[in-house]
Design a protein around this ligand. Structure first.
Ligand SMILES: C[S@@+](CC[C@H](N)C(=O)[O-])C[C@H]1O[C@@H](n2cnc3c(N)ncnc32)[C@H](O)[C@@H]1O
Length: 239
């Protein structure tokens, strides 16, 4: 998601600073104090312009949300949305996060969302993908018991890679769909069962995966809307 430079970016960030966390390291283990309540906390990594996370925050005022975005000019759009909606249950962090334990204590999060993460198509860049197994292991450390990760992508190769990495990280697939908004939408079992054969060995071992779709299935992202309009199937997995 490339954006042109924004004039007076720092001033604009400052204007919306009530929703911006500038030192996430200092919040580690005390995010409940930041929000001023004990509600469960959900994280999105790579929130882009924030449509998804502001949608979640509006739909669930009883939950807290944190969105991390590496590009400050893109994160500004998410900040502006949060401010316009006065979403006191949402905070934005501007950072390219590598180790979630730098920002969160073990078990501090109730769920993690990864939406349309950069595919890094070259094999030598596999470790940069946000679903690389070492990263998944890291994410699991900051999740509370019963907390899940939800991942959506238009990229079938990245999805298959991710299914392999889920297995490598020792995680269990809880729900899966290869066509979240298509004819099979609403039935993860049918979607997984019918389509798994097209996607090779890694995918077929999850052919029977079924389950309850999570929150990520019902909130659209900016990229998702674009791919849906182009007729692309959206892959979804919860684990
Ligand atoms: C392809 S865009 C998708 C944006 C949004 N999730 C959507 O679906 O519309 C991926 C975004 O993730 C951000 N990103 C990639 N790696 C990141 C990281 N390690 N930490 C924070 N943001 C990251 C990028 O800057 C980019 O804005």
């Amino acid at each position: 998601m490339r954006q042109r430079n924004i004039k007076n970016l720092q001033e604009k960030l400052e204007l919306n600073s009530a929703y911006l966390i500038r030192e996430p390291e200092s919040c580690r283990g005390r995010w409940r104090e930041v929000f001023g309540n004990d509600a469960p906390i959900y994280l999105e990594i790579g929130c882009g312009k924030g449509r998804f996370i502001t949608g979640c925050a509006a739909a669930h005022p009883e939950r807290n949300y944190i969105a991390i975005e590496g590009q400050s000019n893109v994160a500004l759009r998410a900040l502006e949305k949060a401010a316009a909606l006065e979403q006191n249950n949402l905070r934005i962090v501007i950072a390219y996060v590598a180790d979630l334990l730098a920002f969160f204590a073990e078990g501090e999060l109730a769920g993690i969302y990864l939406n349309f993460s950069d595919p890094w198509p070259k094999a030598r860049h596999a470790k940069r993908r946000l679903t690389y197994h070492k990263r998944l292991e890291n994410y699991k450390q900051v999740l509370a018991g019963g907390g899940a990760i939800e991942f959506k992508t238009d990229n079938d190769q990245l999805f298959n890679f991710t299914l392999d990495e889920i297995a490598r990280a020792g995680c269990e697939v809880l729900a899966l769909s290869r066509d979240l908004h298509g004819e099979t939408a609403g039935s993860a079992e049918a979607a997984a069962g019918e389509d798994a054969s097209q996607f090779g060995e890694a995918a077929s071992q999850f052919g029977e995966a079924a389950g309850q779709l999570g929150e990520a299935a019902s909130q659209l992202t900016e990229y998702e809307e674009r791919f849906m309009q182009a007729g692309k199937n959206i892959n979804y997995v919860k684990f």
